[in-house]
Design a protein around this ligand. Structure first.
Ligand SMILES: [Zn+2]
Length: 132
């Protein structure tokens, strides 16, 4: 694991503390590395209507894109669990949209699982599938 990986995991763990999760009580933090070198964090933000809840992964990615990053090199996700928690299907699709090549999943016991995009979402739907 690189020093950058460690920084990403530390930021994901830090912003997890800001999670707004009064319904699930399941706090998640994520952090992404932009090609500029800047790290952007995000946490899950729940809603009483449940379905508009935003996961930490998407919050972090949207944070980076909104700041002008157009190339994301890695994402780290931290949650409490007996093993590193995998992203949900919606987040996998968003991670695929931005072709994030390096994925780090960790729990609070510092167990870390590294994955590639093709491992996370094989045969993903992409812009290429919109071509006629
Ligand atoms: Zn998700």
């Amino acid at each position: 694991m690189t020093e950058t990986d460690k920084r990403l995991l530390a930021e994901a763990k830090r912003v997890r503390e800001f999670a707004y999760c009064p319904y699930s009580k399941f706090a998640v933090g994520a952090a992404v590395l932009g090609s500029s070198g800047t790290i952007y964090g995000g946490c899950n933000v729940e809603n009483a209507s449940y379905s508009v809840t935003n996961c930490a992964e998407r919050t972090a990615i949207f944070h980076a894109i909104s700041a002008g990053e157009n190339d994301i090199l890695a994402i780290a996700v931290v949650a409490e669990g007996v093993k590193p928690v995998p992203p949900c299907g919606a987040c996998r699709q968003v991670i695929a949209e931005f072709r994030i090549p390096h994925i780090l999943l960790a729990n609070l016991a510092d167990q870390v699982r590294e994955m590639t995009l093709s491992e996370l979402l094989p045969d993903a739907f992409s812009d290429e599938d919109l071509e006629l």
